[in-house]
Design a protein around this ligand. Structure first.
Ligand code: ZN
Ligand code: ZN
Length: 228
């Protein structure tokens, strides 16, 4: 059996959860990392919340005992940090664990990307920016780090830097509809209508979930552009 979310293969079926309706399999760590889940990711039917809560608590205990036995295992510390944040809302402990995890394994982007998210939620944009740059130092082709930098710079009104970051992300991975959408927004603010239209068109083409809104936006921009 293989976890459909993280791809981990677990021999122990006790650590795997299978949906009775569609057969979707998810490991217990993914289940605990997902925080509050109400529906099966496979068939979208409501799941038994009491069962999930019990499994999550069990996984948390297992991860805590693993972390005690292996205090230098970056993967265990990363998993524990996310789970503590998701099911106990323990932000500070999560940040400490994620930091330690990233220090233990140079170039391990996963805990740093989670740190970026936590700092952004706290509104600590300076630390969020630092964490993105740490990722790029070890992994200069990390499109998610560039994408998040784009968001952070936009929040700081550093629009030129934001546009550059989105462009870098898209150079590495051209299949990011959200990055095209965000880039389009910046181009509109800068009065670059033609380029904005083309960015929005790419977002639509790549299946952006708010396709209708974007198509309307493209239409309005075209009208404004032709009117000039
Ligand atoms: Zn998994
Ligand atoms: Zn299902």
């Amino acid at each position: 059996m293989k976890c459909r979310l993280c791809g981990a293969k677990k021999v122990n079926s006790d650590e795997m959860n299978t949906c009775r309706d569609c057969g979707f399999t998810m490991c217990s760590i993914c289940m605990a990392k997902a925080g509050e889940i109400k529906q099966c990711p496979g068939c979208k039917k409501d799941m038994d919340s009491a069962y999930i809560k019990a499994r999550q608590e069990k996984t948390l205990k297992e991860l805590q005992s693993k972390a005690e036995k292996n205090p230098d295992n970056p993967k265990v510390l990363y998993d524990l940090g996310i789970v503590l944040y998701n099911i106990k809302n323990d932000e500070q402990k999560a940040i400490d664990l994620l930091k330690r995890s990233s220090e233990l394994k140079k170039g391990y982007a996963a805990p740093l990307l989670s740190l970026v998210m936590l700092y952004q939620r706290k509104g600590d944009l300076k630390r969020a920016e630092e964490a993105c740059k740490n990722i790029l130092e070890a992994d200069p082709k990390n499109h998610l780090a560039y994408y998040n930098l784009g968001i952070i710079y936009t929040q700081q009104r550093r629009l030129m830097d934001a546009a550059k970051s989105y462009a870098e992300a898209l150079k590495i991975n051209p299949k990011m509809p959200q990055a095209y959408n965000n880039l389009g927004n910046i181009l509109v603010m800068g009065g670059k209508t033609k380029q904005a239209i083309s960015a929005y068109e790419n977002a639509v083409m790549l299946g952006h979930p708010r396709k209708d809104k974007l198509e309307k936006q493209i239409e309005n921009l075209r009208k404004a552009h032709d009117g000039n």
